[in-house]
Design a protein around this ligand. Structure first.
Ligand code: SAH
Ligand code: TMP
Ligand code: ZN
Length: 407
C-alpha cells in the first residue's frame, strides 16, 4: 500500500474489519445487497498523513440520497455564520468579491455570503442537499470539486478571493487534484481556509468513531503544511475549533504572500509533543480503541441482562463504526432516535438497528441513552436535561472511555 499524498509505502495500525457505507441507511429489502469494505487506517512516517487504506467509490457515498443535512444542528448554524463573518472581515469582501465553498451541503455556511450580497458559488455533488441550498437562493454547481472543475469555474466566473471548506477536504482521496485546483482558482492575495476533525483530538479523546468511509484523511498541521508545500502553497495560520469533537481550521495562501502566524509553529510543536509524528502514538491509540470495544459491549450486555431499556441518540455517520466494530446489535439497543427525516424508519448500516423519529424517544422512556451524537453533547444534554431527569434516565458515553454519566 502507498500513501495517497507522497506515494511512500504505508501499513495500517488499526483494522476495524468489514464496514458498510456510514450514511447508507437502508430498508429490510436492501440488506441482501448491502456493500461492505475493509476499514483500516495507516500513518505515513514520511509525510505524517493519517489515512484510510481503502475507500468506496465516491458515487457510493455522495449522491441524490445523501443522508447528512448540515442544518440539523442549531449550534452549527451559528458556527458557520461566525466562520463566514470572519472571512468577510479578513478579506474585506464586497459584492464584487468571489467566494467559493467546496461541499456547501444545504447551504449552512454559504447562505451567509448570499444574505450579505457577496459574489459566491457553492460546490456540492450530492444533488438532494444541493437542491436545499438552491432553494435558499444560493448559487450552486452540483459537481465534485477537482482541478477540472476549478478551471471550469475560472472560465465561467473568475478567480476567488476566498475558497472555503468545512468537513469536506478530509472526504476527498484525490487531494492533489483538489490542491492543483485551489492553486489555480485562488487569486494572488486569496485565502483557502478549511476545517476538519483534528487528528490531535482524535488521538487525545480516542474518538475512533471519526474513522469511517467518508473520512479518508485525518489532518494535522504537520501533514497539511507538507501537503501545501507540495503545491507551492503555504500554511499561514491554524485556529482550533470546538466543533465535531475538536477540529482545526487551516488557513492557506500562495507561498510568500502572507505572514505566517506564530500559531502554526506552536501547533506543530504541540503535535510533536503529542506524538503525532510517531507511529507508536497510533499503536497506542489502537490499543485504547480495542479496550473501548470490550467495555462498551460488556456494559450493554450487562444492561440487557438486567432488562434495562437502552436506546441511542443521533444516527450519526460516526455511529456506523461504533455499532459494527463493537458488535452492537438490535438486541442491545432497541432503536436510535434521529431528527433527520431521510434516516427515519430505516435501519442503521450494517448493524440494522431501527432509526425512529425523535417523538419515539420521548414515548419510550428509556433507562439508558447511548449518546452517538456526542459531538453535539452540549446542545443535546442541555435540551434533554429536564426530560432525562424526569424519567430517571442516564447517558452512556464511550469517548474518551466508556462511562455512565450521573444524572
Ligand atoms: N460543509 C458541510 C457539509 C459536510 S458533509 C458541513 O460542514 O456541515 C461533506 C459534504 O462534502 C457532502 O455534502 C458531500 O456531498 C460533499 N463532497 C464530497 N466530495 C466532494 C467534492 N469532491 N467536492 C465538493 N463536495 C464534496
Ligand atoms: P453529525 O454528528 O454527523 O453532525 O450528525 C448528527 C446526527 O444527529 C444527525 O443525524 C442529526 C441527529 N441529531 C438529533 O437527532 N438531534 C439533535 O438534537 C442533534 C443536534 C442531532
Ligand atoms: Zn505520505
Amino acid at each position: 500500500m502507498n500513501c495517497l499524498i507522497c506515494k511512500n509505502s504505508i501499513t495500517p495500525f488499526v483494522d476495524f474489519g468489514k464496514m458498510p457505507i456510514a450514511n447508507g441507511f437502508l430498508v429490510q429489502d436492501q440488506i441482501k445487497d448491502e456493500y461492505f469494505f475493509s476499514l483500516k487506517v495507516a500513518f505515513c512516517e514520511h509525510c505524517k498523513m493519517v489515512q484510510l487504506t481503502e475507500q468506496p467509490d465516491r458515487e457510493k457515498m455522495f449522491h441524490e440520497n445523501y443522508a447528512f443535512f448540515s442544518s440539523t444542528s442549531e449550534y452549527m448554524k451559528l458556527h458557520f455564520k461566525d466562520f463566514a463573518n470572519s472571512v468577510i472581515k479578513l478579506q474585506s469582501l464586497t459584492k464584487d468579491s468571489f467566494v467559493v465553498e467546496i461541499g456547501c451541503n444545504d447551504g449552512i455556511m454559504i447562505q451567509n455570503f448570499k444574505n450579505q450580497d457577496i459574489g459566491h458559488l457553492g460546490v456540492e455533488p450530492s444533488k438532494n442537499v444541493a437542491a436545499v441550498a438552491k432553494e435558499k437562493g444560493v448559487n450552486v454547481v452540483s459537481e465534485f470539486f477537482d482541478v477540472t472543475l476549478a478551471k471550469k469555474i475560472i472560465s465561467e466566473y473568475k478567480k476567488a478571493d476566498a475558497i472555503l471548506s468545512a468537513n469536506v477536504m478530509c472526504h476527498i482521496p484525490y487531494m492533489h487534484s483538489v490542491f492543483e485546483g485551489i492553486k489555480e482558482l485562488l487569486k494572488e492575495d486569496g485565502l483557502f481556509i478549511f476545517e476538519d476533525p483534528y487528528l490531535g483530538d482524535i488521538v487525545e479523546k480516542n474518538s475512533f468513531d471519526q474513522i469511517y468511509d467518508e473520512h479518508v484523511f485525518y489532518f494535522s498541521a504537520l501533514s497539511v503544511s507538507k501537503l501545501a508545500e507540495m503545491h507551492n502553497l503555504e500554511l499561514v495560520d491554524t485556529i482550533k475549533q470546538s466543533t465535531h469533537g475538536g477540529s482545526m481550521r487551516y488557513v492557506i495562501a500562495h507561498k510568500g504572500t502572507k505572514e505566517v502566524s506564530q500559531s502554526v509553529k506552536s501547533t506543530i510543536e504541540n503535535e510533536i509533543s503529542l506524538g503525532l509524528d510517531n507511529k507508536k502514538t497510533f499503536e497506542n491509540f489502537a490499543n485504547n480503541v480495542a479496550n473501548i470495544k470490550t467495555d462498551l459491549h460488556a456494559i450493554l450486555s450487562d444492561l440487557k441482562a438486567k432488562n434495562k431499556k437502552v436506546v441511542a441518540y443521533g444516527a450519526t455517520s460516526k455511529s456506523t463504526t461504533v455499532t459494527n466494530y463493537c458488535n452492537i446489535t438490535p438486541d442491545l439497543i432497541e432503536f436510535v432516535s434521529d431528527t433527520t427525516p431521510i434516516k427515519q424508519n430505516k435501519l442503521t448500516p450494517g448493524a440494522h438497528i431501527p432509526v425512529l423519529p425523535y417523538e419515539e424517544f420521548r414515548k419510550a422512556k428509556p433507562d439508558f441513552v447511548l449518546l452517538f451524537a456526542w459531538n453535539h453533547a452540549k446542545e443535546i444534554m442541555s435540551k434533554e436535561a429536564e426530560f432525562m431527569q424526569s424519567i430517571g434516565a442516564q447517558w452512556i458515553v464511550y469517548v474518551p472511555k466508556v462511562e455512565i454519566l450521573n444524572p
